[in-house]
Design a protein around this ligand. Structure first.
Ligand SMILES: [Zn+2]
Length: 209
C-alpha cells in the first residue's frame, strides 16, 4: 500500500522575531486524497503584527483543489482554517468541541474565517474512521478540541498532528495528553504544521546490537 503525506507551505508568520512556516498536509491514499488544515489565503488586521506572507492553495500551479476528497481541521486557530472558504459545499471534519470553542471563545481565532460564506462543518465527537485506514483521534493539549489524523501505512502509522506539538522536539518528552497519545501510537513519522520535516522516533537503544 502506497501512502504518502505531502507538506505544502501556505504561509509564514513572524513569531518572536523568527519566521515560522505554516504547512498543510495532503494525504495521498489509495482510497482518496485528504487535506489536513487549510492554512491562510489572505491578510487580516487582527494578525498584522505577525507580518504574514501568504501562499494560498488557490490558484497555485500543481495544486488541484478539486482533487481533494475530504478536508479536516486539526483545530480552528486562524493559521489552520483560513482556506476553509475554498472548500464550499464540502463538509469539513472538526471536533465538535473545537467548533464550539472557536465560535464562542473570545480571541480564539479569526471567526469570519471559520464561518466564511458557504463553509460547512461535520462536527465529530471523539474517534472517527474517515476512510478505511485513515482515522481522526482527539488529541487535547494545544487546544481542548484538537484532533490528529492517523494514517495506516502497512508499517508504523503516520500521524498528521497540526499543533499538538508546535516544535518537533516536544514529542521527545511528551507532556500534554495529545502528545502522549501520539507517542502511544508508535508512529513512524509525525507531521506538524510548523515544521518542514516530520518528527521520527529515535532509534531504540535496546534494539541496537
Ligand atoms: Zn498553528
Amino acid at each position: 500500500m502506497t501512502v504518502t503525506v505531502e507538506p505544502v507551505l501556505v504561509a509564514e508568520l513572524l513569531v518572536e522575531g523568527e519566521r515560522m512556516p505554516v504547512y498543510v498536509h495532503v494525504v495521498h491514499h489509495p482510497v482518496g486524497r485528504v487535506l489536513v488544515d487549510t492554512g491562510m489565503t489572505e491578510l487580516h488586521p487582527a494578525v498584522a503584527d505577525m507580518d504574514p506572507r501568504v501562499f494560498p492553495l488557490s490558484g497555485r500551479a500543481g495544486f488541484d483543489l478539486a482533487g481533494i476528497d475530504l478536508v479536516v481541521n486539526t483545530h480552528l486557530h486562524f493559521d489552520h482554517c483560513g482556506g476553509n472558504r475554498l472548500f464550499r459545499g464540502r463538509p469539513i471534519h472538526v471536533q465538535r468541541r473545537e467548533l464550539d470553542d472557536a465560535r464562542n471563545q473570545e480571541d480564539y481565532t479569526i471567526r469570519e474565517w471559520v464561518d466564511a460564506p458557504g463553509v460547512q462543518y461535520r462536527p465529530v465527537d471523539g474517534e472517527l474512521e474517515l476512510l478505511p485506514g485513515i482515522r481522526l483521534v482527539p488529541a487535547p493539549g494545544h487546544t481542548a478540541g484538537s484532533q490528529v489524523v492517523v494514517v495506516e501505512t502497512g508499517g508504523r502509522p503516520s500521524v498528521i498532528a497540526g499543533d499538538t506539538a508546535v516544535f518537533a522536539g516536544e514529542l521527545d518528552e511528551p507532556r500534554t495528553e495529545g502528545q502522549r497519545l501520539i507517542r502511544s501510537l508508535d508512529p513512524g513519522e509525525v507531521w506538524l504544521a510548523h515544521e518542514e520535516d516530520p518528527w521520527r522516533p529515535r532509534a531504540d537503544p535496546r534494539r541496537t546490537p
